[in-house]
Write a new protein. Structure first.
Length: 138
């Protein structure tokens, strides 16, 4: 399984540059190849990458012969793709801020960091993040 990695430009959108770096340099090809090797597959085994219809995705099928890409039709991506990166980025920032505030609060009260991490509850963090979101204005 490829590890999760979120990148976006300042507007929260994917660009061809970000897509190409993710594919070639940072994530997909190196991690997919390592995963294939770890389960005993040949180094040049076939790898499938499923992409949505975003025009920013690099035309990768021409460069790596062992990687096959399949692009989903425009009509089927919205029900199955994750939320827009702008939403994910906002949630990650909110999560990080709340986590750090709780960690610092625990540390300032003399609680060991290891004890805090053992009792850290992802469910309560998600509920707290959702409770802190502001309502949209019309």
């Amino acid at each position: 399984m490829i590890t999760k990695s979120y990148r976006a430009n300042q507007n929260g959108w994917m660009t061809t540059e970000i897509s190409s770096k993710w594919f070639f340099e940072n994530r997909f090809v190196p991690e997919a190849t390592a995963r294939c090797n770890s389960v005993g597959l040949d180094r040049d085994c076939k790898i499938l990458l499923i992409l949505d219809n975003c025009p920013a995705h690099a035309n990768v099928e021409l460069v790596k012969s062992n990687v096959c890409t399949v692009r989903l039709r425009p009509s089927c991506t919205s029900p199955i793709q994750p939320p827009d990166n702008g939403i994910l980025r906002s949630l990650k920032c909110k999560y990080c801020a709340i986590f750090m505030m709780r960690l610092l609060s625990a540390s300032n009260s003399g609680r060991p960091v290891q004890e805090f991490l053992k009792t850290f509850n992802l469910r309560s963090m998600v509920l707290r993040m959702l409770g802190n979101l502001s309502r949209p204005r019309l």
